[in-house]
Design a protein around this ligand. Structure first.
Ligand code: HEM
Length: 419
């Protein structure tokens, strides 16, 4: 496993924990040989990057990692180089890839809009939506989780939160396009364009419309928002924020649901226990996020020489934090390859990252997953993995999404008995 190229070889997807465990066995901070990326596989080392040394790294390559290569040779003041070359770099328009004061100002503006009141109203919508979806599926006794359930939930939830008109939701989803971080073959060719960028125009139009005719939705709040100092960044910046918010929680949330159902289906004893203690569903979700984090790697560019876990990462190097590596670090979690939602530090996982760029949508994703589990577990007696599609328990076949960024099942077929 450790011999494979993480960023191009599809075989890595078949045993992600194995890949990171092998890397960690070498050292929790190890330079891989294909792209010269420092792979970080330990919890303490990841936390060092996210918090202690946060100012030593740029997020400009957070999504893309080493592919495609930087359009400049890092030297001198790398922040100045990034500013000069951002327009040549994929994905660098988004909040997740902004740095410093600009990032902090945009993030603060967006976070302020995710008020308790708005999230509460959204939760009511999710309750109704999930109930309706489960009602529609329950008599069938089977479904393919990612398409029939996961994507429907994650898309409609964020569309409701923002206030995207219903008739446009399918169009926006179709327009999102394929994941640009596809694995296999010539990596430069495979690194496609940013799939979110061409939605800017549509979100710009929505917000212009909201300024003319305000509504009770987040697009209106965003269109009217200003930075803390009272300046208005303009609709172009706000349209990018809205697009990213719309795109960031689609596949990730659907994948969380996929893994949650797979674990339930593969472990009837966990289902049974959860049905008798539904108040532990939030811990179950945390353990799913620890065990199978939907974002595989978080990459950063070192702006200066920096020591991580006793290893000097030279200025200009790319590091990639393997979330599953940190989340299964035996120095932090007892028996890390066992799924146990009763573990004392179940909330320590890094699926949502940490620090300045930690996921803004985490409360939403957790709420969606909790509501989905509550409804499904309540309405069923037994959820099973379809042997027809995935083989018998001792020889399951699961195919994973062919990207180096996201960790997810391509399909998950389940069956159930009604309660
Ligand atoms: C299970 C579901 C999700 C997972 C695993 C996930 C994961 C992540 C991770 C790991 C980051 C940090 C990237 C970094 O440190 O470089 C992030 C950032 C972000 N996520 Fe999520 N996310 C999820 C759902 C959502 C949802 C539902 C939304 C929208 C409502 C969302 C919006 C964002 C935004 C806006 C950022 C950028 C934050 C920043 O850079 O300041 N995410 N997410």
């Amino acid at each position: 496993m450790e011999e494979l190229d993480f960023f191009t070889d599809i075989r890595v997807t078949e045993d992600l924990p194995g890949y990171f465990a092998a890397k960690r066995a070498e050292c929790p901070v190890v330079r891989e040989k294909y792209h010269g990326v420092y792979m970080i596989t330990g919890m303490a080392e990841a936390i060092q990057v996210f918090t202690e040394h946060a100012d030593a790294f740029s997020n400009a390559i957070s999504v893309t990692g080493p592919i495609p290569p930087l359009p400049f040779t890092p030297e001198g003041d790398i922040r100045v180089q990034i500013a000069a070359h951002r327009h040549q770099m994929s994905w660098t328009d988004h909040l997740a890839t902004q740095d410093g004061a600009e990032h902090a100002a945009q993030r603060a503006m967006l976070s302020k809009l995710l008020t308790y009141k708005r999230l509460k109203a959204n939760e009511e919508y999710v309750e109704g939506l999930v109930e309706q979806l489960v009602e529609g599926l329950i008599d069938r006794g089977r479904c393919e989780v990612t398409e029939d359930f996961g994507h429907a939930v994650s898309t409609l939830v964020i569309a409701d939160l923002l206030g995207v008109p219903e008739q446009d939701r399918q169009w926006l989803l179709d327009a999102l396009g394929p994941d640009p971080t596809q694995l296999g073959g010539d990596t430069e060719l495979k690194m496609g364009p940013d799939p979110i960028i061409h939605l800017h125009g549509r979100f710009h139009d929505y917000m212009e419309e909201r300024l003319r005719v305000p509504q009770d939705d987040m697009l209106t709040d965003l269109a009217q928002a200003t930075f803390k100092d009272g300046t208005d960044p303009g609709l172009a910046v706000k349209a990018r924020l809205a697009c990213f918010l719309f795109g960031a929680g689609q596949d990730t949330s659907a994948q969380l649901l996929g893994f949650a159902f797979r674990i339930l289906g593969d472990h009837p004893e966990i289902q049974e226990r959860l049905r008798s203690e539904p108040e532990r569903i939030p811990d179950f979700i945390e353990e799913v996020l620890r065990f199978e984090p939907p974002v595989k790697v978080l990459s950063r560019l070192a702006l200066r020489d920096v020591e991580v876990g006793g290893v000097t990462v030279p200025k200009g190097s790319i590091i990639s934090i393997g979330t599953i590596g940190a989340n299964r670090d035996p120095r932090h979690f007892d028996d890390p390859d066992t799924f146990d939602y009763h573990r004392r530090n179940v909330r320590d996982g890094l699926a949502f990252s940490k620090g300045a760029h930690g996921c803004i949508g985490a409360p939403l994703a957790r709420m969606e997953a909790r509501v989905a589990m509550e409804h499904f577990l309540g309405k069923t007696r037994q959820i099973r993995i379809s042997e027809e599609h995935h083989g018998p328990p001792h020889a399951r076949r699961y195919a994973y999404e062919p990207t180096y960024l996201l960790h997810g099942l391509q399909e998950l077929h389940i069956e159930w008995d009604k309660a």
